[in-house]
Design a protein around this ligand. Structure first.
Ligand SMILES: Cc1cc2nc3c(=O)[nH]c(=O)nc-3n(C[C@H](O)[C@H](O)[C@H](O)COP(=O)(O)O)c2cc1C
Ligand SMILES: [Mn+2]
Length: 476
């Protein structure tokens, strides 16, 4: 079930029965609140939501929320088998990247993204129904389900990162990029030379690109090549008139321009993935837009961070779990049985790794690796390592393991001065940047694992025999 662009993807999602179309919701808070209602109180899994007939906007100028927040929609997007549960999806993602070949993009001329090109006086970013997502937001965010494209000025490689973009006015957009993110490293290289940083931002596109851009693909590997590798064919791109940077040929909406060194405007606050408005309002660089490209009846793709669950937190947890699993294994650590980055921690703050212990120190090694590998390092908090009889996706079982197999004095280690940033709600304003991590070793202690008390539950054999005899009466 492959697809060529966002519109074909939407048709497939509709066939899966997972598309909800809603007419008449206002860009000011209403689309955001409707999404929150559906994601908290609506059907499971929650649908993708296509908003149309937004008051004040022409019909057809749409927004799309919740693109990838179901097992089926993720499988469709990533070309994975239609599996049942979350851990199976993590497994199949991981299997795919075990033997992975990135495919570079293909440059084409023109494409649907070029149906309308606005330059000069015609540039108006608010011609699209850009949402005010949350009540305390400092502005309307055009960039949430987006890709920010930059080129390394030394090495030439192209990075895509999902970094939020707030509309200041018709022609300028503030970008918030956390320290250490690849787009920020690129930008810094231009600014250190006193040069403008050229940028393309796509704000409506194939969700496969969003999944690559919004997750920790290794430094130096272009997310375009990564997404191409996933799809098994090159991503078609066109070159922006002003920057020469790649614009996905089928992008719904994209803009290009440059960020200038020394220039900043107040950006934020914004409802963030941790569930707080933690980074406040600060001067951040902004894009001076030189051109806007869009299709007829364009679709602005949105991902609305908030107190979890949000409309993208499920997919975040899945991809992070698979990436951490892959990276821990590639460090040579054996017997990893599962990784689960809990949605309540936004896929970062509360991560569980399950292993079959094979040697003394194995549990600590796996936990430390999961805490500090490239996919796990930024803004983490807790990593819990459990034995392989614990399902890492079961919060109940994980808490049971912590409660019964760990002894705090022996089982908890603290990593100090780790990579955090302005979005960390637990660090006081003015002091943000670094945080600490706790490793909780909730495995049976290696030295006396064989003497550890047996689990008090019926054996599988006893359960099976009993079930056979009593099934009818018990109604099981
Ligand atoms: C919906 C969404 C919004 C995000 N917003 C931001 C943001 O505003 N700033 C930021 O630095 N990272 C943000 N991230 C996280 C980055 O996209 C993520 O860390 C990604 O790996 C960055 O790309 P990079 O590794 O090439 O820097 C967001 C991720 C998602 C999925
Ligand atoms: Mn990157």
């Amino acid at each position: 079930m492959s697809y060529s662009d966002l519109r074909e993807w939407l048709a497939r999602v509709e066939e899966l029965g997972e598309l909800r179309k809603i007419d008449g919701a206002h860009w000011r808070l209403e689309m955001g609140a409707v999404t929150e209602l559906l994601y908290r109180r609506g059907p499971q899994p929650p649908p993708a939501i296509l908003f149309d007939r937004v008051p004040g906007y022409p019909p057809g100028y749409r927004t799309l929320f919740g693109m990838t927040c179901s097992v089926k929609r993720m499988a469709l997007t990533l070309g994975l088998p239609m599996v049942e549960g979350g851990l199976e999806l993590v497994q199949s993602y991981r299997r795919k990247i075990l033997d992975f070949h990135p495919i570079p993009p293909k440059v084409v001329r023109g494409g649907p993204a070029w149906e309308h090109v606005d330059e000069g006086d015609r540039i108006d970013l608010l011609k699209f129904p850009v949402p005010l997502h949350h009540e305390k937001d400092g502005g309307r965010y055009i960039g949430t389900g987006c890709l920010v494209v930059t080129r390394d000025p030394d090495e030439g490689w192209i990075n895509l990162g999902t970094y939020r973009g707030m509309v200041h006015d018709k022609t300028t957009v503030g970008l918030y990029i956390s320290p250490g993110k690849h787009g920020r490293i690129h930008r810094q290289k231009y600014f250190e030379r006193g040069k403008p940083c050229p940028v393309v931002v796509s704000v409506g596109q194939d969700p496969a690109l969003f999944l690559a851009s919004g997750n920790e693909v290794p430094y130096g590997l272009s997310e375009l090549d990564y997404a191409g590798g996933f799809k098994g064919s090159p991503i078609e791109v066109t070159e922006g008139r002003h920057t020469g940077l790649p614009i996905p040929a089928t992008a719904e909406i994209a803009y290009e321009g440059e960020m200038l060194p020394g220039e900043g405007k107040d950006e934020g606050p914004f409802g963030e993935w941790t569930g707080y408005y933690a980074s406040g309002e600060r001067a951040e660089p902004f894009v001076r837009v030189r051109a806007v490209y869009h299709r007829d009846d364009p679709i602005l793709t949105c991902a609305r961070p908030s107190r979890p669950p949000s409309d993208y937190s499920f997919s975040k947890g899945i991809v992070k779990s698979a990436l951490i699993w892959d990276q821990v294994e590639k460090m040579g650590i054996p017997n990893v049985k599962g990784v689960w980055c809990h949605e309540a921690g936004g896929g970062r703050l509360f991560n569980i790794i399950s292993i079959k212990q094979a040697y003394p120190g194995h549990a600590r090694q796996a936990a430390l690796a999961a805490a500090q590998c490239a996919a796990g390092a930024y803004l983490g908090r807790y990593v819990i390592v459990v034995d392989d009889d614990i399902d890492p996706t079961s919060t109940f079982d994980v808490i049971w393991a912590i409660a019964t197999r760990s002894d705090p004095e022996r089982s908890i280690d603290i990593i100090r001065r780790a990579w955090s940033g302005p979005l960390d709600p637990a660090i006081r304003p003015g002091q943000k940047g670094l945080n600490s991590r706790a490793i909780i070793d909730a495995c049976r202690p290696w030295e006396w694992r064989d003497e550890f008390p047996p689990v008090a539950e019926a054996s599988p054999q006893l359960l099976e025999e009993t079930l056979r005899k009593w099934q009818g009466i018990l109604g099981l």
